[in-house]
Write a protein that binds this ligand. Structure first.
Ligand SMILES: [Zn+2]
Ligand SMILES: [Zn+2]
Length: 413
């Protein structure tokens, strides 16, 4: 008997499943008003896509990917995030040939081999947006306003926008030198992974989760002090636009995000209790990493759906309730079965949520069941009702009964 799923994955059903669909619906509805189109990419991709796209020295690629050889000896990886696959699809289908920008959103599973902990399993779900083709800080503003609207529509506590700029490749050169110099002075206190990373990609030391490393990082040089003119202007324009739009923010020089593809802007939304709800930023170099013939800027963000559900629960936010069963059609006697089912069928065609008896229960048991599933109204269809073409619809809350011709029942809804 195998009745237990592997460690770190979960089933979705019942109320939690319903809540997830509500969250996804809110996301889809907002995306629609921004004219952002949905994209679904495969669950797995060539491993090299993530090595190049997410970055060889990131925690995700070094420690957390589900990578395996398929029967054709190809290295395949279950996607650990949504951006790289979306960008690969953007390139594969020449979406850049259309007038830009290309605005895409996804709702996807993502797989990371991590120690399962509350709110973070090995399979999780993300809603994310990719805004491809624009160099303007207005692209960042668009993605940021979308997140703000999402937080408002979900009814979550206010979360504050934290922004930073980590510069481009050009800025990174001078910054890396300064950072490396600083890190070398403290090398003995860094964790083994960081000591190794330091040489290849010192920026990754900044988001190490090991306490000792965090302490050293606190006093490390900041990217923002090493921006070239273009990057500084970009960051200034972004701040100007946010000010003009009355979007409050805080500059947080500690944010670098855990993925290599970020350039210039990085941002996070942090709630009153200091928890990060979601994050994103600009990644002008990502497309070039995937296809060296292309060089197209882009901006995006990703939001963990489990994380959102966790905060909704923690903050006691009630989502819009699931629509109840509007009518339970009870069946009395074998002869009435087909006719009663016909009525059920007709009502459903009109969009009414209807349930009936498939268990051949007694009328009393059927009413008990209707009550249990929370049906708003009930009606019993038997020989008498069919012969006289009249039935009594009962309101389960008030107990009130309405006599009505069978073909008119639909008018009650
Ligand atoms: Zn720069
Ligand atoms: Zn470390």
């Amino acid at each position: 008997m195998i009745t237990k799923a592997p460690r770190g994955v979960e089933d979705w059903y019942g109320e939690r499943m319903y809540k997830r669909t509500v969250v996804e619906k809110i996301a889809r509805d907002i995306a629609k008003t921004y004219n952002i189109k949905e994209i679904i990419t495969p669950v797995f991709e060539h491993t090299v896509l993530f090595q190049r796209g997410v970055g060889e020295t990131t925690d995700v690629v070094q420690k957390e990917m589900y990578t395996f050889l398929d029967k054709g000896e190809r290295s395949i990886t279950l996607k650990p995030e949504g951006t790289a696959g979306t960008m690969r699809a953007y390139l594969e289908h020449n979406m850049y040939a259309e007038p830009g920008p290309t605005k895409l959103f996804y709702v996807t599973q993502a797989f990371r081999y991590e120690k399962p902990q509350s709110g973070r399993l090995r399979q999780h779900h993300q809603f994310g947006v990719e805004f491809v083709g624009s160099k303007s800080p207005l692209a960042e503003v668009e993605v940021i306003t979308l997140v703000i609207e999402m937080i408002n529509k979900l009814g979550l506590k206010d979360a504050k926008l934290h922004i930073n700029s980590i510069g481009c490749k050009n800025c990174r050169e001078t910054y890396n030198e300064a950072l490396l110099k600083y890190l070398k002075e403290h090398e003995d206190k860094l964790c083994p992974t960081c000591r190794e990373r330091m040489q290849k990609n010192p920026l990754r030391v900044i988001d190490c989760k090991v306490e000792d490393c965090k302490k050293i990082v606190e006093k490390a040089p900041r990217t923002i002090e090493y921006l070239d003119e273009e990057c500084r202007e970009h960051f200034e324009e972004l701040q100007y636009l946010l000010n003009q739009l009355n979007i409050p923010y805080e500059i947080d020089t500690g944010i670098v995000r855990g993925l290599d593809y970020y350039t210039k802007t990085v941002f996070e939304f942090v709630n009153e209790d200091g928890f990060t709800l979601c994050g994103g930023g600009r990644y002008d170099g990502l497309i070039h990493e995937i296809d060296e013939k292309q060089d197209i800027p882009s901006v995006g963000f990703g939001m963990g759906i489990e994380r959102i559900l966790y905060f909704l629960e923690k903050e006691g936010v009630e989502l819009e309730a699931e629509e109840p069963v509007a009518l339970y059609v009870g069946i009395l006697g074998k002869e009435a079965k087909a006719k009663a089912y016909q009525l059920v069928n007709n009502l459903r065609k009109q969009g009414v949520i209807v349930e009936t008896d498939y268990m051949e229960r007694s009328v009393k048991a059927q009413m008990k069941y209707a009550n249990k599933i929370g049906a708003k109204k009930t009606v019993i269809i038997g020989e008498d009702e069919l012969q006289n073409n009249i039935a009594r619809v009962k309101d389960m809350e008030s107990g009130e009964q309405t006599e009505i011709a069978l073909e008119k029942i639909a008018e009650l809804f």
